[in-house]
Design a protein around this ligand. Structure first.
Ligand SMILES: *Cc1c(COP(=O)(O)O)cnc(C)c1O
Length: 347
């Protein structure tokens, strides 16, 4: 018997839409290192405009976009202030230490937001022993906190502090459109409170590959050279930019549904004995659910779920993370809850 897989591991698993596949074959191509790829140029212009920045750069991954931001903003030996559960610190293979040569200064956040006074306290003063603070990084929405959103007020407060201190601010906006949707604002209203930002085309936006880095023209020029250094100078990459353009034009057709499905899943998870989700913190498409009260281990649950076609990722010994995306329908949520109930309440 073939089982139907409901893949709630990540929104990175989204497959391209039929239109995205179609435009790949029609894209006008050229050598993008010579800036001859019209499709890439169009995508970069579009991304810059959407973010209210002067320029943007197409990069193969969000990880490279963040690394380029750190390399381009800082000098080796400087310190970077970031939230201790942020993606750059936890999941980017220490690239900023190894390749940018900077030291991370992680700060514990509340729902992914570093308290302003803690950031203030972490900024280095003049002292022969100290490294210089070279950059502050934020993440919105915040992946590890369960897709929670940082308010515009908090973004502004932190950006004002950074500016007053002459320190650049980079935003890891991998899911900035999810954040914008949750805040009912345009992405550029979030992006106004940073000097540079990265966002992913390949997550909920459903393009197959790629992310964008946006900032001032001068910053993006320098990042472009650094991208070449990292081996990220690509040639006829319009084949990837074309679906990216479709993603930027059409994400509003499906992203709201991802958030609705996440709220639905969160609500219904709470109806299962021993499972707890803080529904108020489900701002976007990520749910962190606590299974401790079921008396079953996360590895047991994940194995049982996998056998029945429900795929998710464990966060720690008690939490499982679920992510909704374009490949998940309302019926999948219903089926997931039914199967989880069977596993937890029957066994
Ligand atoms: C996915 C993600 C990234 C990295 O993107 P990749 O394309 O997987 O390298 C960066 N930051 C956050 C918050 C993410 O969720």
């Amino acid at each position: 018997m073939e089982i139907n897989v409901i893949d709630l591991r990540s929104d990175t698993v989204t497959l391209p839409t039929a239109e995205m596949i179609e435009v790949i074959g029609k894209a006008k191509l050229g050598d993008d290192v010579y800036r001859d790829d019209e499709t890439v140029n169009q995508l970069e212009k579009m991304a810059a405009e959407l973010m209210g920045k002067e320029a943007a750069l197409f990069v193969p991954s969000g990880t490279m976009g963040n690394l380029l931001a750190v390399i381009t903003h800082t000098a080796p030996g400087q310190e970077v202030i970031l939230e201790e559960d942020c993606h750059i610190y936890l999941y980017e293979v220490a690239g900023i230490a190894r390749l940018a040569g900077v030291q991370a200064k992680p700060i514990k956040g509340i729902d992914g937001v570093m308290p302003l006074d803690k950031i203030k306290g972490a900024i280095r003063g003049e002292n022969i022993h100290f490294p210089e603070t070279g950059l502050i990084c934020l993440e919105n929405s915040h992946n590890m906190s369960g897709g929670t959103v940082v308010s515009l007020e908090k973004m502004k407060d932190i950006y004002d502090l950074a500016k007053a201190q002459g320190i650049p601010l980079h935003l890891d906006g991998a899911r900035i459109f999810n954040a914008a949707l949750a805040l009912s604002v345009e992405a550029k209203e979030i992006a106004q409170y940073c000097d540079s930002l990265m966002f992913c085309l390949s997550k909920g936006l459903s393009a197959p590959i790629g992310s964008m880095l946006a900032g001032t023209r001068d910053f993006i020029e320098r990042a472009r050279k650094n991208r070449k250094m990292l081996g990220g100078g690509m040639r006829q990459v319009g084949v990837l930019a074309a679906p990216g353009i479709v993603a930027l034009q059409q994400w509003q057709q499906w992203l709201p549904k991802d958030h609705e499905n996440a709220r639905l899943l969160a609500r219904d998870l709470n109806t299962i004995k021993g499972v707890q989700v803080d529904v108020g913190k489900v701002h976007t498409n990520i749910i962190n659910a606590d299974f401790y009260g079921t008396g079953k281990t996360v590895s047991f649950l994940l194995n049982q779920m996998k056998d029945q076609g429900i795929w998710a990722n464990g966060k720690n010994e008690r939490m499982i993370r679920f992510v909704t995306h374009r490949g998940i329908e309302e019926q999948d949520i219903v089926d997931t809850i039914k199967i989880l109930k069977d596993i937890i309440e029957e066994s």
